[in-house]
Design a protein around this ligand. Structure first.
Ligand SMILES: CC(C)(COP(=O)(O)OP(=O)(O)OC[C@H]1O[C@@H](n2cnc3c(N)ncnc32)[C@H](O)[C@@H]1OP(=O)(O)O)[C@@H](O)C(=O)NCCC(=O)NCCS
Length: 190
């Protein structure tokens, strides 16, 4: 399989962590324990049933074992958003993506997802999937831009009362998909 997505060379950030320039003054780096306070501050504002510190810590442990990939986006060294992937077979599953409410609508979510999808394809994953609340039109619109299409419904998936739409995008490792991402990114720079 040819891998057509290449992340740009990272630069060394705080304590030598690689930081990727996502454009627009946004840097993206691996989520660490030291980010959790800021991450939880966002998480608690944006979700009706936020993840606990223990859930994030467990996810970070699984990242060390190579089963997850969590990143934060920073602007002027402040955490403004984050996103996570879980790996299963050939699939990369978006577990979480959130942007500080004060900064939503400025393409941070797009930049985070661009990074994560390219990262997944770099690692050899071929499909992208996720669940999203039926009521979450903003997220659904973001996902559609990445070629994610509704494939089914999980009844009462959220708190036993709200349905989830299951979305999939196949062949994220192809040149055609890389071109789609390139155009998406190009539009951000206009
Ligand atoms: C979903 C979320 C991550 C999107 O982040 P964002 O930085 O605000 O999104 P972007 O600015 O990159 O928007 C990308 C596209 O999504 C759509 N979109 C974003 N916000 C929207 C809104 N409030 N209403 C309708 N469409 C919206 C637009 O099509 C937008 O593209 P455009 O600005 O070129 O028209 C953010 O709204 C968020 O954190 N929501 C709370 C957490 C959440 O619901 N996460 C998803 C769980 S499945």
């Amino acid at each position: 399989m040819s891998i057509v997505h290449r992340l740009r060379e990272p630069r060394a950030g705080l304590r030598g962590s690689p930081q990727y320039d996502a454009g627009g003054g946004v840097l993206i780096e691996r989520m660490r324990r030291r980010h959790l306070k800021s991450v939880l501050a966002i998480e608690n504002q944006v979700y009706p049933k936020p993840w606990t510190p223990g859930t994030f810590q467990s996810e970070l442990e699984q990242m060390r074992d190579g089963y997850r990939h969590y990143v934060v986006a920073t602007v002027d060294s402040r955490v403004v958003g984050y996103a996570g992937l879980l790996y299963s077979g050939d699939d990369a599953h978006v577990t979480n993506i959130a942007v500080d409410p004060a900064r939503q609508g400025h393409h941070l979510g797009t930049r985070l997802l661009l990074h994560q999808v390219r990262y997944a394809a770099d690692q050899g994953f071929t499909n992208l999937t996720l669940e999203v609340r039926v009521s979450n039109r903003a997220a659904q619109e973001l996902y559609r831009r990445f070629g994610l299409a509704p494939a089914g419904i999980r009844k009462n998936y959220y708190e036993g009362v709200e349905d989830a739409i299951v979305m999939w995008c196949h062949d994220i490792h192809t040149p055609e998909y890389a071109e789609r991402l390139r155009l998406l990114e190009e539009r951000l720079e206009r």
